[in-house]
Design a protein around this ligand. Structure first.
Ligand SMILES: *[C@@H]1O[C@H](CO)[C@@H](O)[C@H](O)[C@H]1NC(C)=O
Ligand SMILES: *[C@@H]1O[C@H](CO)[C@@H](O)[C@H](O)[C@H]1NC(C)=O
Ligand SMILES: *[C@@H]1O[C@H](CO)[C@@H](O)[C@H](O)[C@H]1NC(C)=O
Length: 228
């Protein structure tokens, strides 16, 4: 009996088709800033009820993150301000579900669950429309400074990147030690055995993880005899 010890490098490519980091709509709306009182920034009361449920990236001089603290009423160019009751996820946490609060009669008179993902340099939100007007998602203007955006937000709209975000594939290489025992009645040499085992492992990986493209790279194979 032969024992093959395979050190396999698994190249895991997260599918850009399903990753919201590469498929979102940019909302470049400075009027969402918590600094915007009443209708000062927009000339009219704003309402998100017609915002379709989808992934959005908030990107304007008014901020690029939903505030993690209570926002007073009549800010963000709306009456019922929407803020995040919780904190933004880290990259490692992936896609998380968080609660947003509507500031109505109380700080949190109505809530919605939204999904959030940290794409390292920016955040994407799967926003849902609020049930009634006037309510809108707020942005924290302090988070715009961190991105280096200034007040010339209209210039940002000509930025092709903000119109059609480029998907950025995430790759992650992980090494796993796999010990495979090969039982063979025929005298199969090591190279043939390695080839058969790798091919079968790749098939199993493709079956188990249909949404991902995982390539098994043979890094090192040691062969040793084991006592029967
Ligand atoms: C991007 O997301 C939208 C929904 O937000 C979806 O309809 C569309 O199929 C997605 N595009 C790709 C390439 O997955
Ligand atoms: C994403 O999370 C990392 C920690 O994993 C943090 O350093 C970074 O600031 C976050 N990105 C944003 C845009 O908040
Ligand atoms: C935020 O959510 C927690 C529950 O997770 C709740 O106890 C708290 O009252 C909420 N904050 C506000 C200001 O309502």
């Amino acid at each position: 009996m032969r024992s093959l010890i395979l050190l396999l490098g698994c190249l895991v490519t997260e599918s850009t088709l399903t990753d919201p980091c590469g498929n979102y709509t940019v909302l470049e709306q400075p009027w969402r800033s918590t600094d915007c009182k009443d209708t000062d920034c927009s000339g009219q009361w704003m309402c998100d009820t017609r915002l379709g449920k989808a992934w959005y990236r908030l990107k304007s001089s008014g901020g690029w993150k939903i505030p993690e603290h209570v926002v007073p009423k009549r800010r963000c160019s709306t009456d019922f301000t929407i803020w995040l009751n919780g904190s933004h996820p880290t990259v490692g946490q992936g896609e998380v579900t968080k609660t947003v609060c509507f500031h109505g009669n109380t700080d949190c008179s109505y809530t919605l669950e939204i999904n959030i993902k940290n794409c390292t340099d920016y955040i994407v939100y799967e926003l849902k429309p609020p049930p009634h007007c006037q309510s809108a998602y707020c942005t924290d203007p302090e988070t715009a400074d961190a991105l280096g955006l200034n007040d010339h937000s209209t210039q940002q709209s000509t930025d092709p990147d903000s119109l059609s975000p480029t998907p950025s594939p995430k790759t992650d290489t992980q090494y796993k030690m796999i010990n495979v025992e090969v039982h063979s009645k025929m005298k199969v040499d090591d190279e043939t055995a390695k080839g058969i085992v790798l091919k079968r492992l790749q098939q199993m990986t493709d079956e188990q993880c249909p949404g991902k493209s995982i390539d098994l790279n043979q890094v090192d194979v040691q062969c040793s005899d084991v006592d029967p």
